[in-house]
Design a binder for this molecule. Structure first.
Ligand SMILES: [Zn+2]
Length: 469
């Protein structure tokens, strides 16, 4: 007798819409085939998830692997394995590489490389490159999920990585927004004012270059807020689907609120801004250097309010792997030290810990981690548990705990994850399922090449023919 389904996940509490349902979930050919009454159906594989919650996998819209360049900072295989271990089923890879991903040819090269090595699903950002409508249209046709630019200049010595990504000139920024609007893809912006950053660096010229306070003073909140205000003003004219990356400050939240309704924009923050402050950065030194910087408890409180009132609608890792030696080599000059921290295995446990502590509802946390990303970026078959949607799922145990420790992290950058070393979260990701296949069940069991290229608007939910009428 043949089984009805490939896999049945039995006895979990299942997030269906905004509520938990007592249903069994049947998977077939990589999709969710049916939500069934307890005990119904047959399958080749049965997963008994008694005591566990079945949730959509996280869609992390802000991830840096940089491959095929920089294997010394980890690889597609190492970092997608880490993401799998962290409950992430789809990541959006930023366009920084060598060369940068700023034309359709580079998109195809990176797509082929990621397709060969990724354990989880991936989407690619393009950079605005030469700012022509034709080039952006070609990248759209190659499937980029969105465009990404910085309003800051390239860091010293990294011009090739940032070619076509870094646009400190406001006329270029406006052109990028217009081109993204013309070709119909969102544009994500790392927003800090180049002029105010330059002033900030001049202001700290006499300070101790190894002091972490020097970094914070060189990049005050006004840098971010002014850049965001200018972009939002431009977007009234340009009409792009604009998304502001990694919001850090109360001042920027005030700007986002002031512009509400003036154009189509959204914004994200990251766990390090929600769970850590500049005091933690001072504790771990250069390993806490991130751009824009972590700020005060008062800023952090406003970020939580902005999640609550819907000003911020996404939480992302901004995962950036570095070797310990590379990070440490910047310690003597904090302003120019490499910026970034690994978040692959922090994001989901941190946000679900906030559910465990009553700070977020489960439905809100999953919207921030998955559902809002799917909607905002046109991934029509992701972000929900419903018939016909992709079987990108996680099983979590709210009675379990996750302790972050270098010896158990999967990311290549485990030695760099010092902002969270020793952190304990009151939840545990037990299993990660990508396209119906288990890629993590306490250890990573996914194989390079299992991840699929995700392009907006292509996959729509396919309702399977019901086995039970
Ligand atoms: Zn980033």
């Amino acid at each position: 007798m043949t089984a009805d389904y490939d896999t049945l996940i039995r006895n979990a509490k299942v997030l269906v819409g905004d509520t938990l349902a007592d249903v069994d979930v049947a998977l077939r050919e990589g999709r969710i085939a049916a939500l069934l009454p307890r005990g119904a159906g047959t399958a080749k594989d049965i997963i008994d998830a008694t005591g566990q919650h079945l949730l959509p996998g996280a869609i992390d819209i802000h991830f840096h692997i940089r491959a095929p360049a920089f294997p010394e900072r980890g690889t597609v295989e190492s970092e997608t394995r880490a993401a799998a271990a962290g409950g992430i089923t789809t990541l959006f890879e930023m366009p920084l590489s060598r060369p940068s991903c700023s034309d359709a040819r580079q998109v195809e090269i990176r797509r082929a490389h990621f397709a060969e090595h990724a354990v989880i699903n991936f989407a690619l950002f393009g950079a605005p490159g030469d700012l022509s409508d034709a080039s952006l249209a070609a990248m759209r046709d190659a499937g980029v999920v969105a465009f990404k630019m910085f309003t800051t200049p390239s860091p010293e010595g990294r011009d090739d990585e940032f070619y076509g990504i870094a646009f400190p000139d406001e006329a270029d920024q406006l052109r990028a927004l217009e081109a993204a609007a013309t070709v119909g893809r969102p544009i994500v912006v790392h927003a800090e004012s180049a002029q105010l950053l330059a002033a900030g660096e001049r202001a700290v010229a006499g300070r101790d270059p190894a002091d972490l306070d020097t970094h914070l003073l060189a990049r005050p909140d006004i840098c971010e807020a002014v850049a965001v205000a200018k972009l939002l003003t431009m977007n009234i004219r340009a009409g792009a689907r604009l998304h502001i990356a990694h919001v850090t400050s109360a001042l920027t939240v005030a700007v986002l609120r002031a512009f509400k309704g003036t154009s189509d924009f959204s914004a994200e923050t990251c766990p390090h801004y929600l769970f850590r402050t500049h005091d933690d950065v001072k504790r771990v030194g250069v390993f806490g250097k991130i751009n824009p910087p972590l700020r005060t408890k008062a800023d952090q409180d406003v970020l939580w309010e902005a999640l609550a009132d819907g000003t911020l609608t996404h939480v992302t890792t901004d995962h950036a792997a570095f070797s310990e030696a590379e990070k440490r080599s910047g310690a003597a000059d904090i302003v120019s030290a490499p910026a970034g921290s690994p978040g692959s295995e922090i994001l989901v446990p941190a946000l679900l810990d906030a559910v465990a502590s009553g700070r977020l509802t489960l439905a809100h946390a999953m919207a921030l981690l998955s559902g809002n990303a799917a909607r905002r970026f046109g991934l029509l078959s992701k972000g929900r548990i419903a018939e016909g949607y992709d079987a990108d799922l996680i099983l979590v145990d709210f009675a379990g705990t996750t302790t972050i420790h270098r010896d158990t992290l999967v990311t290549f950058a485990r030695d760099v994850a010092q902002l969270y070393e020793g952190a304990q979260f009151n939840v545990r990701v037990l299993r990660t399922i990508v396209g119906g296949r288990t890629v993590f069940d306490g250890r990573v069991v996914g194989t390079p090449g299992w991840g699929r290229y995700v392009a907006p608007g292509r996959d729509v939910p396919v309702a399977a023919s019901p086995v039970y009428a």
